[in-house]
Ligand binder design. Structure first.
Ligand code: PSV
Ligand code: MN
Length: 430
């Protein structure tokens, strides 16, 4: 039986305030969509079934290279993070799982962690390994790389760490391992590109061999940072090549912030789908680099275009179901609020993408009518689907207005009173 953290009375009384206007907006949108040939009930159903995983590390306040300003009531450990994620899911009803990072969230007892998450109505999504930081009592340093390090012992240590993540994940009920490495170089000539990639593939193959039958391994590429000249898995091409070398259980993971600013990410998504190597996403938004800003906060049209490719693919193949995860860092907002907004923004893009008139788009594409094609996309994108998202939340006991409800619940103040203050203000990219 799920133990709810936010009192249902708070949700009900908040919903009550909005309900009349919500009903009017919903009916109005139903009519509008009906005129365009869409059934609103089908869309509400799709929204109700939509789910995206919350990254455990997103529940804390992030930082930059310069500073970190701790927030009040920050989670002190994985149990607190589970509680925060449970609040997010209770109010939005679209974040049923959590993706954890080892060793940041390494449980002393994985079984009791699983139990705690279950009580809070959550399951575990992909496990994330960490060989981009040195850990306490670690024998070999990752200063010059991990899975692609020139030294065999260092590579072995990183491989073992990934296998340990799989072992913990098995107990938690996870079904995937996400591997992102920061390996690369800062000076031309510093690294032999070919040898480093060979070593990476060799190490990754060892991890791959330790995967249970029903697990996937998501490889995450990133253009730069922490290495500023070259990165071993710096682009989707390298990622694809590695995933092909490893085998069917290896899939590419697209983090929206891991590309150069002008790159056409939706086309990368299409390519990976076409060649059956799109495994999942880390959604976030950015203006410059890996800014880890809230999803849809800078370029919501891009988010919509990515989802349009995904919806197109799922219409062609109903089995197609990549993993959705958020990956963001919050410096100036309450992490719970930002995560709720981001989850809902991805859900919004998902529903808007279902509003693309695919016949019209196909006709426009085949007849080279660029303007008509562009209008087909924009007509869908311009539709305010908020009433559909609200209705989906309402029908699943969530909040019509999650942010207002969260503030009214005073959850943050309450946990701030109980949780020990985190005073550390040290900088660092997470
Ligand atoms: C790296 O920038 C990344 O996107 C990877 O997914 C990490 O696991 C995550 O951020 C947290 O630092
Ligand atoms: Mn990521």
């Amino acid at each position: 039986m799920q133990e709810l953290i936010i009192n249902n009375d708070v949700i009900e009384s908040q919903n009550e305030k909005k309900l009349k206007h919500h009903r009017e907006d919903f009916d109005c949108l139903a009519q509008n969509l009906n005129n365009r040939g869409f059934e609103i009930e089908k869309l509400v159903d799709l929204a109700s079934k939509y789910g995206i995983a919350i990254p455990s590390w997103g529940t804390g306040t992030g930082g930059t290279r310069f500073a970190r300003y701790p927030g009040k009531g920050e989670p002190g450990g994985i149990m607190d993070k589970i509680d925060d994620c449970s609040v997010i899911n209770q109010l939005t009803t679209c974040t049923p799982s959590i993706s954890i990072h080892i060793p940041w969230d390494k449980p002393k007892d994985p079984k009791s962690l699983k139990l705690h998450a279950k009580r809070r109505g959550l399951s575990f999504d992909a496990m994330n390994s960490n060989s981009f930081q040195d850990q306490e009592n670690q024998k070999y340093s990752y200063k010059f790389g991990s899975l692609s390090h020139t030294d065999l012992n260092t590579r072995k240590q990183a491989i073992d760490h990934n296998i340990e993540c799989i072992e913990i994940g098995k107990v938690l009920g996870s079904k995937a391992l996400t591997v992102w490495i920061g390996d690369g170089s800062n000076f031309p000539g510093q690294s032999n590109f070919k040898k480093a990639f060979e070593r990476y593939i060799e190490s990754a193959s060892e991890i791959y061999s330790a995967l249970p039958q029903d697990w996937l391994m998501y490889l995450e590429h990133k253009i730069y940072e922490p290495a500023f000249y070259s990165t071993v898995i710096q682009d989707w091409g390298s990622n694809y090549l590695a995933a092909v070398e490893l085998g069917d259980k290896a899939q590419c993971l697209v983090d929206l912030g891991h590309h150069a600013p002008t790159v056409n990410i939706e086309m990368i998504v299409s390519r990976l789908i076409q060649f059956k190597k799109l495994g999942g996403f880390h959604f976030n938004d950015s203006k410059y680099g890996d800014d880890d800003l809230d999803s849809g906060s800078i370029n919501p049209y891009q988010l919509f275009l990515v989802f349009s490719e995904l919806v197109q693919a799922s219409l062609e193949n109903s089995e197609f179901r990549p993993a959705f995860m958020l990956d963001q860092s919050h410096n100036v907002t309450d992490p719970i609020e930002s995560l709720m907004v981001s989850a809902i923004e991805t859900q919004r893009a998902f529903i808007q993408a279902h509003l693309v008139d695919r016949d019209c788009l196909n006709f426009a594409q085949e007849s080279n009518d660029a303007l008509l094609a562009s209008e087909a996309m924009k007509n869908a994108f311009r539709t305010d689907v908020s009433p559909i998202l609200r209705e989906a939340r309402f029908r699943t006991n969530g909040a019509l207005e999650p942010i207002k409800c969260f503030r009214a619940s005073r959850y943050r103040d309450q946990v701030a009173e109980i949780r020990p203050k985190i005073l550390s203000g040290s900088s660092g990219i997470v």
